[in-house]
Ligand binder design. Structure first.
Ligand code: ADP
Ligand code: MG
Length: 728
């Protein structure tokens, strides 16, 4: 008999450090060398084409065919100079991964030879055979065509000798089938509304963009052990596994020295990331054993989202080279911390001002306060929209568990800001606003020094103000940031629009601008008080308190997703021209289906593993015990036998009980799955998987994990938590 676990462990234990051949030069010498960035554009494009492309990027101008051909030719020469042989449109379909279909540059010419060719048309638009991508019923079979269209605002790049062109992906009838399309629309809506409001304070502002700096958490696991765990390979998480005697309780991993094998991996993927222009900057050990984090410097949101997608892909690829597997799942291991992806978000003007950063003058602080309060009010009104956009089967395990924010959306702003807002609330309506400026008779000018001191932190909040940005912490580690960022941009854009209307109404009554703004933010502060929470978000008291306040606490995906199609959400996205109700319904269906399929796969994996891996081993071990007991009976007198076989008899009995329970529950689970599968209504089906199938997953696990503690270690077929979490 071969125990796959021991074979895997042998490989793991004989792991050698692989030799790394990284360049010795400064990072700045190769940073972005695989992107068609401005330097490359300048070198490979005519002056005319270059200028036009810049206008397209900065002013969203359209491109004519002639210029497109010129840009394509320049891009092709650049890509070939870097060894590229193929090109692809790179997009983010709603599967969650990125998609690409490579085409070679070469076309045959007469006489049996070939030339490299790449035209403007191929750059701008492609028709991938898209019928297998999720579309939520938008494309029926005879309009199965979707097309990809170039997004010139994100640099093209080279990966695996292929020129990758970032694109959006839409159906033939124009509906978005991807994450990027609504993201771009939300950024443009935010730009429009925020610019108007920013101009109350400074007429020089012509553009506002959202900035995003994500922090990517992940686990590493030895590749051989990973392969010996079918659950990890098929579902991204361990469906069985008893807690290790030691895991994170000593907090000795967090910020600890990085193991050399891990550091090699990190250095290697950081090198590749830098070549692709991804400004990764921070790396460290996280709280759980074998958990790590990587974070870049923030960038414009669309670019930052692309970079995160690219980095996740890169990490997985480079990890394989180092005999690691990257786990991006939100909760690969029960009982230890899960992985999130904090989305640090702010808004900045083309005049170089971070609108969420307290300034040094009264005016700049008044501006800061205005934008900050608008975000609060937006989250208060649309908390459910945010919740819907972080929902996933994986995140269900993480939210509300070990050191992760709960599913209740609230905002932390810190004691100093709280004091300031309370102060404003107390101001009487009139008389406090000084006529000759922004002297609001409150201590706003004191904010900067205090806020820049980072001690005022609350790590338990799902959405925290951290001095000059908001940190959306409830986002799951495997998520495409485009989804939560689209939602956040949208709700803030909507609130900005509302704010302008509210202020303009007062201006029409001849109220001075400062006072009008002050009155509106004061009202917003009072109206949005419920969403503010400064205490411990992990505690049960908060759940009770949140309930009293009427805040939602939706702990699982199907009901959270339902908000995608609520009247409020549809109105929000339609008014801002980000998504239509048809597109939202399609997204809802796609995500429900995705959820259902994931739970279905997990449930099947559990059934298979329990029946084919666990039960036979448990019985084999039980037989050894039975043999042993029989032997004892032969050699001992009956009184001694009864005394000395007691524990073994008990174990034999318990194994049988667990085995029986597992068999019963697997059968019951199968029955529930059958029932769910027969359901026509996707919503009911997802709920059935959530309410009827999922509970068995935990019950069966409980029995298997007990068996793991009883059965001879030599027989146990699945790598154990201590092996998965501590080998490097
Ligand atoms: P921490 O949250 O660990 O204290 P930092 O405050 O340095 O760390 O920043 C965390 C992340 O926030 C980084 O990815 C950083 O790039 C990002 N960040 C900082 N400023 C902004 C901003 N104005 N907009 C968006 N992201 C930002
Ligand atoms: Mg952080």
């Amino acid at each position: 008999m071969t125990n796959i676990r021991f074979k895997a462990l042998e490989v793991t234990l004989s792991r050698k450090r692989i030799s790394l051949d990284l360049p010795k030069e400064k990072v700045s010498t190769y940073f972005g060398e695989l992107t068609f960035n401005r330097d490359a554009m300048r070198e490979f494009l005519t002056r005319e084409a270059y200028q036009k492309l810049i206008d397209v990027i900065e002013k969203a101008e359209t491109i004519d065919r002639k210029i497109a051909d010129q840009i394509a030719a320049g891009m092709k020469s650049w890509a070939m100079s870097k060894g590229a042989t193929h090109y692809t449109h790179w997009f983010h379909p709603l599967t969650g991964a990125t998609a690409e279909k490579h085409d070679a540059f070469i076309i045959p010419v007469e006489g049996g030879s070939a030339i490299e060719n790449f035209q403007g048309g191929e750059l701008i638009q492609q028709e991938p055979d898209a019928s297998s991508f999720p579309s939520g019923g938008i494309r029926n079979t005879f309009e199965a065509r979707g097309y990809t269209a170039w997004d010139p605002t994100s640099f093209a790049f080279i990966m695996d000798r292929t020129l990758c062109i970032p694109t959006i992906f839409v159906s033939y009838t124009g509906e978005a089938l991807d994450y990027k399309t609504p993201l771009l629309k939300s950024l443009s809506a935010l730009d429009k509304q925020a610019t108007e409001v920013a101009r109350y304070f400074d007429k020089n502002v012509n553009k506002v963009f959202a900035t995003l700096g994500w922090e990517q958490e992940y686990f590493l696991v030895d590749a051989a052990l990973f392969k010996a765990r079918p659950d990890l390979s098929l579902t991204g998480r361990t469906v069985f596994g008893h807690a290790s005697a030691k895991d994170q309780q000593l907090s000795d991993h967090y910020f600890g020295t990085i193991h050399e094998h891990v550091l090699d991996f990190m250095s290697d993927f950081e090198y590749e990331a830098h070549r692709l222009g991804i400004p990764v900057k921070t790396r460290h050990n996280e709280v759980a054993p074998n958990q790590f984090e990587c974070a870049p410097v923030f960038e414009e949101t669309n670019i930052s989202v692309d970079h995160n997608q690219l980095l996740m892909h890169l990490m997985e690829k480079i990890a394989r080279k180092h005999d690691f597997q990257v786990l991006l799942h939100e909760k690969p291991y029960k009982g230890v911390n899960g992985s999130g992806k904090h989305n640090n978000w702010s808004i900045a003007t083309d005049t170089g001002i971070n609108l969420l950063s307290p300034g040094k003058t009264t005016t700049s602080n008044f501006r800061f306060l205005t934008f900050m309060v608008i975000v609060l009010k937006a989250v208060d009104r649309y908390a459910d929209v945010l919740r819907a956009h972080i929902a996933s089967a994986g995140n269900d395990h993480r939210l509300g568990a070990h050191e992760a924010p709960p599913a209740i959306i609230s905002v932390f702003i810190g004691s100093q800001m709280t004091e300031t807002l309370n102060e404003i609330e107390k101001q009487t309506k009139k008389g406090k606003v000084n006529a000759n400026g922004f002297n609001l008779n409150i201590n706003i000018p004191k904010i900067p020094e205090i806020l820049l001191d980072n001690t005022d932190r609350n790590r338990t909040s799902p959405f925290a103000f951290t001095g000059n940005k908001f940190e959306f912490r409830a986002v799951g580690s495997s998520a495409n940031c485009a989804s939560p960022m689209t939602a956040l941009n949208a709700i803030v854009a909507d609130q900005l629009k509302q704010f302008k209307q509210d202020v303009d109404k007062l201006l029409a009554k001849n109220i001075r601008k400062d006072e009008a703004i002050f009155q509106v933010i004061k009202r917003y502060i009072m109206e949005s008080k419920n969403i503010r929470f400064e205490g411990n978000n992990y505690g049960d008291e908060w759940k009770a308190e949140a309930k009293k306040r009427g805040l939602s606490n939706i702990t699982t995906t199907p009901p959270a997703l339902k908000f995608l199609t609520s009247k409020n959400t549809i109105k929000l996205f339609e008014d801002l021209d980000i998504l239509t109700s048809r597109e939202l319904i399609a997204r809802y269906e796609i995500q429900l289906e995705n959820y259902t399929k994931k739970i279905q796969i997990e449930s099947r994996v559990i059934g298979d593993l329990a029946k084919n891996h666990i039960i036979p081993i448990a019985i084999r071990y039980q037989n050894t015990l039975i043999e042993n007991v029989k032997g004892l009976k032969d050699v001992l007198d009956s009184k001694t036998f009864v005394k000395l076989s007691r524990n073994q008899m008990q174990t034999i009995k318990e194994i049988s009980e667990h085995v029986e329970e597992i068999k019963d529950k697997v059968a019951d689970m199968l029955e529930e799955r059958r029932k769910a599968n027969r359901m026509e209504d996707m919503e009911k089906q997802a709920m059935a998987y959530n309410q009827k199938v999922m509970p068995f997953v935990e019950i069966i696990r409980g029995h298997v994990d007990k068996l793991e503690l009883m059965v001879d270690d030599e027989l146990w077929p699945l790598p154990k938590y201590r092996e998965l979490l501590f080998n490097k």
